[in-house]
Ligand binder design. Structure first.
Ligand SMILES: Nc1ncnc2c1ncn2[C@@H]1O[C@H](COP(=O)(O)OP(=O)(O)OP(=O)(O)O)[C@@H](O)[C@H]1O
Length: 536
């Protein structure tokens, strides 16, 4: 065990590294020192000439006294003095080290015994900044404080590899998403699609704690990075220069019904059989046919090929599908029509690296999923080159689109809760430049195979033990040792684990209203990583 006597008179730091291994450090600090879980510390190794950074993960009282119960006796204070033989043992997780070339690297070596441990100064922050990307979301936290100089930014280049945002209600998920959108509007590195059934992203509204919030249109300086397609009235659209949302019957495919209703096996078969039939033909066939008298052999309507395909199904099954199609038409009448679709404009805006907001206030969950499923399929098929819209000179796969799915357990659950088009995006989307942003309060209800595809985790407060376990086992970096920190996160705080940043970053997310004011004041910044090589 080390002596804590300060032998280096020039040096006032009494923190010394005494162990432990490459992925876990141990050091002793004076018993009355003020350290917090999550504090970031700097360890200077004078022998190798390297500077390491580590984050405090646990604090334990200890001493050099032989009697293990010395502190449990009455009047202990008379017999033992609280000198330097009484101390706090600190466990810390390494973040990485700065090599002799000045580059930040993953922790692949251990600092020399008795290396000096201290709090980083402002000149050290440049090393932490090196690893950040271009989509700013907050500032780095250290224990109780924040490092104002270290902005936490995700890397746009990894967004096609899917992101997950996990938070119990009220922990700041909506605020995070708006901050993320504002940064995407500012830097315009990929298209971001958001379907908002509550109408709160456009012009703000009320937060879960009753505060008034602002919306994306209030970030005026970034307005060119935003396209809104809405069902709101003309006056509102004109005031904020928004587009009218329309989807047409040919955008629809029969399996979209699977999202909206429970289906029996034969009903499911009908829907799947019609998967590649154009939506307008399916809708016409079902709305114009009288299934009371329907007989595939004698059918003389416009769609004999559909009648032939359905000849083996009972008329009661077909009547149910008919009722569902009529219900779907009625429910979505505000934006679903025979001819004329906004989807080409939506995809153009996404490929122009804009944030595209589909604003359908008061339309409810079924309409939200209906719109999301239709647009997701059109984007994925176009990126796969199946719809003939490709351009050999400018392959669409090179473009990146991120599709946000709120309450994602509805469509990416295990078993029957999973919906084909979203699962397909999760499994194969990255090859075609289509990423998912899976937002949920219940990660344990998301299919584990989908979670395994996510490469960026934004973990805000999660109170449920099972949810935290599932996140820790799915993240690409080890989050299990951050469990205490994740449990004690306050609203607006997050632990972010992502590619290209070699350690999980504790982050204080910006408050959207303050962030857009800041963004509005300064010209859009060049990304911090521009010109850097990520080959560490
Ligand atoms: N980064 C932050 N800084 C300061 N306050 C924040 C931050 N993020 C969220 N808050 C506050 O926390 C409250 C809840 O935030 P928000 O509405 O974003 O939570 P939520 O997780 O989306 O809730 P719900 O799931 O109920 O919609 C708000 O009042 C907001 O002001």
């Amino acid at each position: 065990m080390t002596s804590l006597i300060d032998i280096d008179t020039e040096d006032t730091s009494k923190f010394r590294l005494i162990g432990d291994r490459v992925l876990s450090y141990l050091f002793a600090v004076p018993h009355d020192d003020e350290l917090y879980i999550g504090d970031i510390l700097k360890i200077t190794d004078p022998i190798k000439g390297l500077v390491f950074f580590a984050k405090v993960s646990d604090l334990v009282h200890d001493s050099n006294f032989a009697d293990p119960k010395w502190d449990r006796r009455p009047h202990t204070g008379h017999f033992y003095t609280f000198g330097e033989d009484v101390y706090i043992l600190v466990e810390a997780i390494p973040l990485g080290y700065v090599g002799t070339d000045g580059r930040f690297k993953k922790p692949r070596t251990i600092p020399a015994k008795f290396s000096k441990v201290e709090r980083p100064g402002s000149e050290d922050f440049a090393f932490l900044r090196q690893v950040m990307g271009d989509i700013e979301v907050g500032v780095m936290k250290t224990g109780q404080d924040v490092l104002q100089d270290v902005r936490v930014s995700l890397h746009s280049a990894v967004m096609r590899q899917h992101m997950g945002v996990f938070a119990t209600t009220g922990m700041g998920k909506s605020n995070f998403m708006k901050v993320f959108c504002a940064s995407c509007m500012a830097v315009r590195r990929f298209g971001l699609l958001i379907v908002d059934p509550h109408g709160e992203y456009v012009a703000g509204g009320m937060s879960s704690t009753g505060q008034n919030t602002r919306g994306l249109i209030h970030y005026q300086a970034g307005r060119e990075g935003l396209s809104v397609f809405t069902i709101r009235d003309e006056q509102f659209r004109k005031k904020y220069l928004l587009d009218r949302l329309w989807l047409e019957h040919d955008d629809f495919r029969a399996p979209d019904l699977l999202l909206l209703y429970e289906h029996s096996p034969p009903q499911r078969e009908v829907v799947e059989m019609l998967e590649s039939t154009p939506g307008s033909a399916v809708i016409d066939f079902f709305t114009k046919t009288d299934f009371g008298t329907f007989d595939a052999e004698t059918y003389d309507g416009e769609y004999p090929y559909i009648a032939r395909d359905l000849r083996n199904f009972s008329t009661s099954t077909l009547t149910v599908i008919q009722r569902r199609i009529q219900g779907m038409l009625k429910r979505n009448g505000a934006f679903f029509r025979r001819k004329g679709s906004s989807i080409p404009d939506i995809i153009r805006a996404l490929h122009d690296n804009q944030v595209v907001l589909i604003d359908i206030p008061r339309m409810g969950e079924q309409s939200e999923l209906f719109v999301l499923s239709i647009i997701t399929r059109r984007i994925l098929r176009q990126h796969q080159g199946d719809d003939g819209a490709g351009d050999a000179e400018d392959p669409v796969q090179r473009r990146q689109v991120l599709i946000s799915i709120e309450e994602a357990q509805r469509v990416l659950g295990s078993g029957t809760g999973s919906t084909q088009i979203f699962r397909e995006c999760a499994m194969e989307g990255r090859k075609f430049g289509v990423g998912l942003c899976v937002v949920t309060q219940q990660p344990k209800n998301i299919d584990a195979r989908v979670l395994a595809q996510l490469n960026t985790f934004v973990v805000m407060g999660l109170s449920d033990h099972g949810d935290r376990d599932i996140i820790a086992s799915s993240a690409k970096q080890d989050l299990s040792r951050l469990d205490t920190e994740i449990q004690t996160l306050e609203p607006g705080e997050a632990v972010i684990s992502t590619l290209n940043i070699p350690f999980p970053v504790s982050t204080r997310i910006h408050l959207f209203e303050e962030y857009i004011d800041d963004l509005g004041r300064v010209p859009v910044k060049k990304p911090i990583d521009e010109g850097l090589d990520w080959s560490y």
